[in-house]
Design a protein around this ligand. Structure first.
Ligand SMILES: [Zn+2]
Length: 387
């Protein structure tokens, strides 16, 4: 059975109305009764909040029946909730701003000794989303004057996590980068998009000056149906992504090849490092290199400009340079006793990236380069057998 919480030591906070005198007759207000009291969990711990009701004591005053209450007390927690606004907002920020998992948020709250179950965190995340939704009219009001004067420039993007499933359409205002409208649409016909995506934007009452979207026919037709003649531009990112597709495909192939070539050798290197004596001063250095190499191979990419294969290649090159510098130092000269290592270092091309910045270039020289880099990296632990 759950034990009842001991609330005796919870600190009490009394809230009085912000108005202290009757606006009609100027008499000091008098306390009438406690309007409400509840224990609220805040980010700093639990507090027992009392909201006091006050009134004008003058029996002849016209404002005598009016009850005055504290606005500050009502701002501590949402109505009907025993969790404070600051707590709900922090949980929402940890989830959506810092992308923390439910368990990470739970651990964070436990560290603060806050009595919130893992399951209830989910409810508070929903509360946070409701609060964000409720603040939308206020956010729109902030820019109202600007939009009335200059009109709206919007972008429309459809996000479909699974093919054949519902699509989430997000309409953003471009000048202030504000989300105006988001809706899940099942049927993506032009008529349906017009009623569900275009009409809510037009109903805001601002002059639509321009639209940016991807090349989706339905979206273009939906805007053409509702507001003919408005400039509709194709999104640069989508165009560039499409244009860069062949380059990105080649880059991905390069990355796959690099990973395929390096991974088996990496395992071999790790085995050789773990075979070294724990007192060997080079063991931690070599382990660091192996870790960096492993992390380098795990890098990803994002079209059109973030090319993962190129990034992996640059990092491998940097790693090889670092290894070469390491070998030049006197205290590890014995690594160079092997002829194989010396020859591979001489073959290492300098600034390859700058002279071959094209797909065909990478693919042509990468095979020989990989061979050379492998010899250097694999050659390092050969020190134990050479010494
Ligand atoms: Zn009065």
């Amino acid at each position: 059975m759950r034990k009842a919480k001991n609330n005796r030591r919870v600190p009490k906070r009394y809230f009085r109305p912000e108005v202290t005198q009757c606006p009609q007759c100027g008499t000091a207000l008098l306390r009438l009764y406690t309007l409400w009291d509840k224990i609220i969990v805040t980010l700093e711990g639990r507090i027992h909040v009392f909201s006091q009701a006050y009134h004008c004591p003058g029996p002849t005053c016209s404002r005598h029946p009016i009850i005055y209450r504290s606005e500050a007390a009502d701002r501590v927690a949402p109505k009907g909730s025993s969790f404070s606004f600051d707590l709900i907002i922090h949980i929402g920020w940890w989830r959506f701003g810092e992308h923390q998992t439910l368990d990470e948020i739970h651990a964070r709250l436990r560290d603060r000794h806050l009595p919130i179950s893992r399951r209830h965190i989910l409810n508070l995340i929903l509360d946070f989303l409701a609060l964000v939704y409720a603040t939308q009219p206020q956010r729109l009001a902030t820019f109202r004057r600007d939009w009335e004067r200059h009109g709206l420039y919007v972008s429309v993007d459809g996000l479909q996590p699974e093919t054949g499933n519902d699509c989430l359409y997000v309409v953003r205002e471009r000048t202030h980068d504000l989300t105006l409208w988001a809706v899940i649409v099942g049927n993506r016909s032009a008529e349906n998009l017009r009623t569900q995506v275009v009409e809510p934007i037009l109903s805001l009452g601002f002059r639509l000056r321009g639209v940016v979207s991807d090349a989706e026919e339905g979206v273009r037709d939906a805007f053409a149906l509702s507001c003919r003649g408005i400039p509709h531009q194709a999104c640069h990112t989508h165009c560039l992504r499409e244009a860069a597709k062949p380059i990105f495909e080649r880059d991905r192939a390069l990355k796959t090849d690099l990973k395929r070539d390096f991974r088996p050798h990496l395992r071999q290197v790790r085995r050789q490092i773990s075979a070294l004596s724990p007192h060997d001063p080079f063991r931690p250095i070599l382990s660091d290199y192996a870790d960096i190499l492993r992390l380098t191979l795990r890098q990803g990419g994002c079209p059109p400009f973030d090319l993962g294969g190129l990034q992996v290649f640059e990092d491998l090159q940097r790693l090889a340079r670092s290894l070469r510098r390491c070998r030049k130092k006197g205290d590890i000269l014995f690594w160079m006793r092997s002829f194989r290592l010396r020859r591979s270092a001489a073959l290492m091309p300098e600034n390859i990236m700058r002279s071959h910045v094209n797909v065909l270039g990478w693919l042509n020289w990468r095979d020989s380069w990989i061979q050379n880099a492998l010899v250097v990296i694999i050659g390092l632990p050969a020190r134990s057998s050479a010494a």
